[in-house]
Design a protein around this ligand. Structure first.
Ligand code: AMP
Length: 220
């Protein structure tokens, strides 16, 4: 895989994280999820963790400056590799910040993939989502349940429900998505970099389409 920079945009629960994991395993992308980075800082009680905890728990966006600080540090070590940004950028200033940092490394965003999903489907999926505390693997009680309740199939870790996956917080996160993140669709579309896929299609069909889009973008 050529060193591409790919962005996954989509509402919470659209399957971005699952797709990113597949693309990492099968095509060798570095999967960079700012949500995972923040949850890790919170668990380790670092200064960044203490700063961002109230935002993450309540489903509000962490200030752009803090987000760009962690992304900058990540890119210092990883620019030039094939990278999948999952859950970043989430605002126009973050997208502009990213463009600037990437330009400093002589690269740019190659493709922005929108994984779309209706609000009702988001709520249905996320209230059933569970994650492994140990390895981070994601399950869904409706369509991808673990073999044994509460236990990760892969590592035997404890499965838990993210605090921000309660229905009220999901509704708040959707509102934030529509207000602050959706403008990115137009931003990348105007640059001729946007590709869309319907999240309703499910994991395998979405993967098929996304991998085809990325192969096409590589040839350009
Ligand atoms: P996620 O796992 O991507 O759903 O992110 C979980 C939470 O982390 C979000 O609801 C925000 O509070 C925070 N977060 C993650 N990525 C960003 C970002 N790019 N900008 C602002 N806040 C973020």
């Amino acid at each position: 895989m050529k060193a591409m920079n790919v962005i996954l945009i989509g509402p919470p629960g659209s399957g971005k994280g699952t797709q990113a994991e597949l693309l990492r395993e099968r095509l060798g992308f570095v999967h960079y999820s700012t949500g995972d980075v923040f949850r890790d800082h919170i668990a380790r009680k670092t200064p960044i963790g203490l700063e961002v905890e109230e935002y993450v728990v309540s489903g509000r966006l962490v200030p752009d400056e803090t987000v760009l600080e962690v992304v900058n540090a990540f890119l210092t070590d990883n620019a030039g590799k094939p990278i999948l940004f999952d859950g970043f950028p989430r605002t126009i200033p973050q997208a502009e910040g990213l463009a600037g940092v990437l330009a400093g490394h002589h690269v740019h965003v190659d493709v922005a993939v929108l994984v779309d999903l209706s609000d009702e489907e988001v709520v249905r999926r996320l209230t059933a989502r569970r994650q492994c505390r140990n390895c981070g693997r994601i399950y869904n009680l409706s369509f991808k349940p673990p073999k044994h309740e509460g236990v990760c199939d892969v590592c035997g870790g404890d499965l838990y429900q993210r605090k921000d996956d309660s229905e009220q917080t999901i509704r708040d996160r959707l509102r934030v998505y529509h207000e602050q993140t959706e403008p990115l669709i137009r931003y990348y579309s105007e640059q001729g970099r946007l590709q869309r896929v319907a999240g309703e299609l499910g994991r395998d069909k979405v993967y098929e389409q996304v991998s085809r889009m990325l192969a096409g973008a590589q040839e350009r």
